[in-house]
Design a protein around this ligand. Structure first.
Ligand SMILES: [Zn+2]
Length: 244
């Protein structure tokens, strides 16, 4: 799944279209429900931003196009009229460039309510206090590894950075949020922000626990384990030796 950092790269790529009136097409029949092209065609694009794992394209008239890439989707920016093969979901054509969205799968047009997402972990500086407050208020009774994937509490953390950030601060994904001290919770949010911003800036990161089941923990040597966690049963990875 593209994580927040991949979405931020896509948002940067599309910046040359901001401020332009766009020709909007949805060549793929699966993208034609909802009348996105009809409603957006000819409108000016006001901003493109990554909020968590969502790309939000705001158009004049109060329209916000919400693009969530899931496993397969991607955005590219090419010269206007560049030849292509296949049927992209969406084409946003400006005077010099066009933004092309391939393989969906989620394209929705909203009012402004999408703002219910939590603060983005990749904002600079990240709003740690607000994330902390949301986790404390709405995460009660939940395991920490489950709560930090809830995009309404903290936007942008995906499965990989969840695993790596928890390892970095020696915290088990199964620890209840209620039993996590304020200091530890802030340290965790700081670690996630630092690791993910580093990745966005091109810093290399060697995974310590993510997808390393059965390998020795680089800190204590215990074998890494995994198990499904939360409503979506996404795989949590952790070291039972040093993550408590
Ligand atoms: Zn360990």
């Amino acid at each position: 799944m593209p994580e927040g950092d991949a979405l931020h790269r896509a948002a940067r790529r599309l910046q040359p279209l901001v401020g332009e009136r766009l020709e909007v097409e949805t060549p793929n029949p699966r993208a034609q429900v909802g009348g996105i092209a009809e409603r957006l065609d000819g409108r000016r694009l006001l901003s493109v931003e990554a909020v968590g794992k969502n790309l939000l394209l705001t158009f004049e008239g109060g329209y916000v196009l919400h693009s969530h890439l899931r496993m397969t989707g991607r955005w590219s920016l090419v010269p206007r009229g560049a030849p292509r093969r296949g049927l992209p979901w969406l084409v946003l054509r400006g005077s010099k460039y066009e933004g092309v969205q391939w393989n969906g799968p989620v394209l929705e047009l909203h009012g402004r309510s999408i703002r219910r997402l939590g603060p983005d972990i990749l904002e600079r500086p990240p709003r740690i206090d607000e994330m902390f407050a949301r986790l404390r208020r709405d995460g009660r009774g939940r395991a920490i590894g489950d709560a930090i994937l809830d995009q309404r509490l903290v936007a942008g953390i995906g499965n990989k950075w969840k695993a790596e950030a928890l390892w970095a601060v020696e915290l088990s994904p199964w620890r209840s949020l209620d039993e996590t001290t304020d200091g530890k919770l802030r340290t965790l949010l700081d670690a996630a922000a630092r690791l993910m911003s580093g990745s966005l800036d091109g810093r290399r990161h060697a995974n310590r626990v993510y997808r390393r089941v059965g390998r020795p923990c680089p800190r204590c040597g215990e074998r890494i384990v995994s198990r499904g966690q939360g409503d979506a049963n996404r795989i949590a990875y952790w070291c039972p030796g040093c993550q408590l």
